[in-house]
Design a protein around this ligand. Structure first.
Ligand SMILES: Nc1ncnc2c1ncn2[C@@H]1O[C@H](COP(=O)(O)OP(=O)(O)O)[C@@H](O)[C@H]1O
Ligand SMILES: [Mg+2]
Length: 299
């Protein structure tokens, strides 16, 4: 394992800790707060996501991870706060425009459109559809060319995600795990700069998890930044360069995986609210660990 001090130096400015500044942040959030009635679901003072790396966002159920994703991508509106992507202010920007700027997310519960086929779902993930530009739409050779490019990209991704045999099947006929793969493949249709994955492994058959891990590592080698929510501590340890821990809406710890997983605040956060997890998993003494919520569905 890499020396954590070197990791911190190349990723964070100064020492690691909640809200620490990054050498090269792609996403910066400030004072983002979301309340549901009396419940403060998200209350993030400051957080920066490092560019070109894989960052895991962990924390017990109900910590506010999904809500934070929703806020950052425009699917929900905060009571207050500001955040920017590549220096561009994103508050109030619609999910569609956020996606066009290069920030794409997937959902904890998959949103594959079940009444469309796999290839149709993939085509929907493309940006700049043939009909979008008036001029392109008028000139038949242009839109035919664009449509062919979209189909080629979609087929290449389906092959990479081993979904090519399902190309003409309805998304409804796929297993939960295959739908997660489809959603991830679809997210890549537009070559995003930042991919946000909400529990990509939940419900995925163990036989597919290795390929999912490889896909995420591939993203990084292609220069894409990845931010993912995950309960599987083995996966977090294995593929993330940086870990951010949320509990009760706040960022309570962050740093390289090797140090964060030993942090008392992290252990407390899980012990406090995650009664259904394998607690041995976060003990500093054990290393080979899984902290998967037992309630998770499996394929
Ligand atoms: N639309 C909503 N209305 C009311 N409460 C919500 C809503 N969405 C989330 N919550 C609450 O906000 C808290 C954070 O939820 P969530 O962001 O889904 O957590 P996580 O993804 O970390 O498990 C939870 O207590 C949840 O019940
Ligand atoms: Mg969630």
């Amino acid at each position: 394992m890499a020396d954590p001090t070197t990791e911190v130096k190349s990723i964070a400015v100064g020492s690691a800790g909640p809200g620490c500044k990054k050498v090269d942040p792609i996403l910066v959030a400030d004072k983002v707060r979301r309340q549901f009635g009396g419940l403060t679901a998200v209350d993030v003072e400051h957080v920066e996501i490092p560019r070109g790396l894989i960052t895991a966002l962990i924390g017990p159920n109900g910590a506010g991870k999904t809500t934070f994703f929703n806020l950052l991508t425009g699917f929900d509106k905060p009571n207050e706060g500001s955040w920017s992507f590549e220096g561009k202010d994103l508050a109030g920007v619609s999910p569609y425009r956020v996606a066009r700027m290069g920030m794409i997310r997937t959902f904890q519960l998959t949103k594959a459109l079940s009444l469309l086929t796999v290839i149709e779902n993939m085509r929907l993930g493309a940006q700049k559809q043939p009909g979008e530009s008036f001029l392109t739409a008028l000139i038949r050779p242009l839109w035919i060319k664009r449509e062919r490019e979209i189909t080629e990209t979609a087929d290449a991704l389906l092959k990479r995600f081993k979904l090519d045999a399902k190309r003409e099947d309805y998304a409804a006929s796929l297993s939960g795990g295959q739908r997660k793969l489809l959603e991830m493949a679809r997210a890549l249709m537009s070559s995003p700069k930042l991919v946000m994955l909400d529990e990509p492994m939940a419900g995925v058959n163990p036989a597919l998890t290795q390929s999912l891990l490889d896909h995420i590592k591939d993203l990084k080698s292609n220069g894409t930044t990845v931010l993912f929510v995950e309960h599987d501590m083995h996966m977090v340890r294995h593929i993330s360069d940086w870990v951010i821990v949320m509990a009760e809406g706040k960022v309570v710890a962050e740093g390289p995986p090797s140090t964060v997983m030993k942090d008392q605040a992290v252990i407390d956060a899980y012990l406090g609210a995650h009664h259904d997890t394998d607690l041995g998993a976060v003990s500093p003494k054990t290393d080979t660990t899984t902290l998967r919520a037992t309630a998770k569905e499996t394929d």
